[in-house]
Design a protein around this ligand. Structure first.
Ligand SMILES: C[S@@+](CC[C@H](N)C(=O)[O-])C[C@H]1O[C@@H](n2cnc3c(N)ncnc32)[C@H](O)[C@@H]1O
Length: 312
């Protein structure tokens, strides 16, 4: 009687020396502009040599990806499972074969996040099949969410629009949000999605816009509305704020002047501001924001042709 053959050892991963960057949907050109030289481009998945570079337009970064030579679908699944449990496939080619490998991995089906629940803490790797015999996989990624896609259980009643999702995502990614009793300034507040989020934290809100707030937001108890231009507001004319938030529609250069004014005044502790690009992406101003010490610039899953600049 023949012995059953022992399961073969999973194939060994080899370091690539790269970092992988998954561009926000529709923003590959922006990401490549930031990265400079790249070694591979597969749809919106870009590989570049060396350790991670600042890349605001990347929705997820794949750290230390490895190359895994595989002879079969079973080989691929075994190799990934030998590294860790949780994986998400970003398929760029050989879709059927990639799906068959995926079917042999533990299912990962996260539920929509109920804000303000923390982001998931379990490691979630990303992988792709570059050719039928080669997996590229990263056990560690910059985002704990599948492909950087932050899905929330939405509130379809209270906020007047979906802009509130940007602020939910920002606070979730930061692991920080206003605390009860803090003071928030919401510039470009109308109709009031951000003001609603800020108010829900227990903070007080000064909402500034030339346009009116939704009446339900205007009626919130710890909210004051000022009909004014955000640019006309003198920092010394309001009490210092714990959070300055801006979602004003304006050229990024104009927002940069406003932010510098507030930074110089020392009357805002933390900032969350949307840079909104009109037409061409203004990379120069984006770089000027990114260069502000202690700050970060990112493209949220809920951003459009925008970036979110944060300083804590
Ligand atoms: C995208 S909307 C803001 C949405 C808001 N964050 C929310 O969650 O409902 C942009 C706002 O910027 C406002 N805005 C444009 N120029 C402004 C200015 N100079 N000062 C204040 N608000 C301005 C517009 O009136 C508009 O309400």
């Amino acid at each position: 009687m023949t012995e059953p053959s022992p399961p073969s050892a999973p194939p060994s991963p080899e370091p690539t020396g790269w970092t992988g960057y998954l561009a926000a949907d529709g923003y590959v050109t922006e990401l490549k502009n930031e990265l400079g030289a790249v070694v591979g481009e597969h749809g919106r998945l870009i590989f570049a040599e060396g350790p991670p570079r600042p890349a605001a337009w990347a929705q997820n970064a794949w750290h230390d990806p490895v190359r895994i030579p595989i002879l079969s679908i079973g080989d691929g699944a075994r190799a990934l499972r030998a590294i860790q449990r949780n994986w998400s496939l970003f398929a760029v080619a050989h879709h059927r074969r990639a799906r068959l490998i995926e079917e042999k991995l533990p299912a990962v089906r996260p539920k929509p996040l109920v804000f303000p629940a923390p982001a998931p803490s379990a490691p979630l790797g990303s992988w792709t099949l570059l050719d039928p015999q080669t997996i590229v996989a990263a056990a560690r990624c910059s985002s704990p969410f599948r492909h950087g896609e932050v899905e929330f259980a939405e509130n379809k009643q209270a906020p007047p629009n979906r802009a509130y999702l940007k602020l939910w995502e920002t606070f979730t990614r930061l692991g920080q949000r206003p605390q009860s009793g803090e003071r928030c300034l919401d510039l470009g507040a109308s109709p009031g999605g951000w003001s609603w989020v800020l108010h829900e934290t227990g903070a007080t809100v000064l909402a500034v816009d030339k346009a009116p707030l939704d009446p339900r937001i205007a009626a919130l108890p710890r909210l004051e509305y000022r009909k004014a231009s955000a640019f006309a507001l003198d920092p010394s004319a309001v009490e210092p704020v714990d959070w300055l938030c801006s979602d004003v529609v304006c050229y990024p250069t104009r927002l940069l002047s406003l932010v510098r004014r507030w930074l110089d005044s020392g009357r805002a502790r933390r900032f969350v501001c949307t840079l909104k690009f009109q037409g061409e992406t203004d990379h120069e101003t984006a770089r000027a924001f990114a260069a502000i010490p202690g700050s970060q610039l990112m493209h949220l899953f809920h951003n459009k042709h925008e970036l979110t600049w944060v300083k804590l």
